[in-house]
Design a protein around this ligand. Structure first.
Ligand code: NAD
Length: 290
């Protein structure tokens, strides 16, 4: 058996086209278009690439964009003041502070400062809290977990009752993904670096979401035949044969897992493009809270 490949690029393109059409309609009706502010602190090359890609996509879709770059040693108060200003800016509906931040800055304080109504990354504690509450909806679902759920449901619309292994419990990916899987009526097991028998948890799971940042962690033999596998990991592996000097791999041994899974997402071309598409969808949604 060879798994169906979940094409994140194609799914992301469909979402972006829907956002673009909605914005064009707003322009026709002379309604305001949404605005996204991106904030990049420091010189992390991967962060710079991600922000550049987000800015380019906003332009492609007709979203108004403002971008800010702060120096690596930027004081906490300066960053907080910028976010407070953006909270007041009527032309901006979404604020994205690219993570990770340099070590001297508190991500928690920054996340608390963004207005929950402009929290298009869905990481503010208010929105994260609402995600865990049965009768509530967050104002925004976080982007990467939303993309993951969308990809899973693209191959299996009703996942109710399934068992899911989520490898990783970060506030950005693992934990909110588990919460969203629970909201879809699956039974998620949240795994992390201290989890014993990770292989066994995976073997019993109908869905595996790997978000550990550990190349090739998930072996093919861990995959239950027919399972849905979403590989979130982005790992840079030195490769002299590549013009960039490295190649990107995920957390799953793709060549092994593809032989057992029912459906699997690749790296690159899987979750990455979906994260950006969901950010654009959230930015469009943010205009409702204007
Ligand atoms: P993180 O470092 O904050 O969290 C990693 C989690 O994985 C932790 O909970 C840790 O306990 C767990 N973990 C680490 N090694 C493990 C192991 N051997 N076994 C079991 N659990 C283990 O990372 P993050 O921000 O959640 O990102 C995870 C990965 O996803 C990274 O590779 C990151 O680059 C990638 N990522 C991709 C996207 C995307 O859009 N595709 C978005 C965010 C993160």
């Amino acid at each position: 058996m060879t798994a169906e490949i979940i094409d994140g690029k194609k799914l992301a393109e469909n979402i972006k086209q829907e956002v673009k059409a909605a914005i064009e309609e707003r322009v026709r009706q002379q309604l305001p278009v949404p605005g996204l502010a991106t904030v990049l602190v420091g010189n992390n090359p991967a962060s710079r690439t991600y922000v550049a890609s987000k800015i380019k996509t906003t332009a492609d879709l007709g979203i108004h964009s403002l971008s800010y770059e702060l120096e690596e040693n930027c004081p906490q108060d300066k960053l907080v003041s910028l976010i407070e200003e953006l909270n007041q800016n009527q032309d901006i509906q979404g604020i994205l502070v690219q993570l990770p931040l340099p070590d001297h800055l508190s991500e928690d304080r920054v996340m608390h400062t963004i207005s929950p109504k402009k929290d298009v990354d869905g990481l503010h504690p208010y929105n994260a809290g609402l995600l865990t509450r049965k009768y509530s909806e967050p104002l925004f679902y976080p982007c990467t977990p939303s993309g993951i759920i969308h990809m899973i449901q693209s191959v299996c619309p009703d996942i109710s009752g399934m068992d899911a292994a989520v490898i990783g419990r970060s506030s950005i990916v693992g934990m909110p993904t588990a919460m969203m899987l629970s909201r879809c009526n699956t039974t998620p097991t949240i795994c992390h670096s201290q989890t014993r028998h990770l292989d066994e948890v995976c073997r019993e799971s109908d869905i595996v979401v790997a978000a550990a940042g550990s190349p090739g962690l998930v072996r093919g033999e861990w995959i239950k035949p027919g399972a849905i596998v979403i590989d979130v990991g982005i790992n840079h592996i030195p490769d002299k044969t590549s013009p960039r000097g490295y190649r990107l791999v995920g957390d799953v041994e793709f060549d092994e897992a593809v032989k057992r899974a029912g459906a699997i997402s690749p790296v690159p071309g899987g979750v990455g493009p979906m994260t950006i598409a969901m950010l654009m969808a959230n930015t469009l949604k943010a205009i409702e809270y204007r």
